[in-house]
Design a protein around this ligand. Sequence first.
Ligand SMILES: C[S@@+](CC[C@H](N)C(=O)[O-])C[C@H]1O[C@@H](n2cnc3c(N)ncnc32)[C@H](O)[C@@H]1O
Length: 312
Amino acid sequence: MGTRRNVLLGGADSHQSRKLPGAEIQRPLATVVIGGLISATLLTLLVLPTVYTWLEERWDARQRHHASSALPKGQSETPVAAFGGSSANEYARRQLLYLAESATPEFSVNRQAHWDGLYTTKHPTELSWYQAEPVRSLELLRDAGAGRGTAIIDVGGGDSVFVDAVVNEGLGHVTVLDISGAALTRAKAALGPRASDIRWMEADVTRAELTPHSFDVWHDRAAFHFLTDSEERGQYVERCASALRSGGSLVVATFAADGPTHCSGLEVVRYSLDGLLDEFGDEFALQRGITDVHFTPRGVEQHFTIALFRRR
Ligand SMILES: C[S@@+](CC[C@H](N)C(=O)[O-])C[C@H]1O[C@@H](n2cnc3c(N)ncnc32)[C@H](O)[C@@H]1O
C-alpha cells in the first residue's frame, strides 16, 4: 500500500514539476523546435536540390558515354545541333507540341511534330530503322527493271541512304516524299551537291497532291505500316495507284505479322503477304513477296514483309 502511495505521490510530484512555467524548460524546447524547422527548410531548399542536380549530371554523363560507345567504331557522336540545328530542349518542346495537338483534329501536324522531333534529336544510327545499305530495296528495284530513266518516288524516305544508292547505281531519278522537313534537311545535307538532282516533297502521303501517271516505281520502306486508320490507308492506295503509270511497280516493306507492334513510340499495323494483298490487290498484281530480317543498330531482330506489285 505504502509503495503504491509513494508511486502515486511520486507521479503527482513529477506531474507538478512538468506544469511549472519555468523558462529553463521552455527555452531549450523552443530552440530545438525552431532549430529543427530551420534545418529541415535548408535541407529541402538547398541541400537536396544540389544533391539531385549532382546525381543527374553524373547520370547524363554515363548515358552520353554509353551512347557514344554504342556507335560504330571510328564514329564519334555528332552533336544533335548538327542535325537540324536543334537540341534536347527542342525535342522536349516538340513533344509538348505533339501532346498538346493530339487533342486537335489536325492530326498531320501532330505526326509531323513527332517525326521532326526524332530527326532533330537522334543520330541516324540511333534510329531503329537505320540500315547502311538498302540491299533488298535495290534488289527489288532491279526486279522491277529500273534503269537510268526510271522515275522513282521514295515515300516516307526519311534520311535513308536509299536515294544515295539509287543515284550511285544509276537506277533512276528520285523524288523523296516525307512528312518530316527535318528528315529531308538531313537527307539533303548527306547528299551534298547531288541533292539538287533530287525532288524533295514535304507532305503527308495521305494528302499529297501527286501528278497522275508520273512515276514508274513507288518505293516505301516502313512508312505504310504507320497508317492505323483504314480511311487513311485507302487514301494512300488511291494516291499510289493514281501516281503510278499503268505497268509501274510498287515496292512496299512493312513489319511482318510477327514483327514489332510499335515503332518510335507509334502503333503500327503488321502485315503478312496476304494482308498486303488485301490492301493493294484490287489495283495491283503481286510479282514477288519476301520475308526479310532487319537488325536495328542495337542488334534487335525485326521481321519485315516486302512485296513487289505491278500496277494493273
Ligand atoms: C520508320 S521511318 C523509315 C524511313 C525510311 N524509309 C528508311 O527506310 O530509313 C518512317 C518514315 O515515314 C515518314 N512518315 C510517317 N508517316 C508519314 C506520312 N503520313 N506521310 C509521309 N511520310 C510519313 C516518317 O517521317 C519517317 O521518315
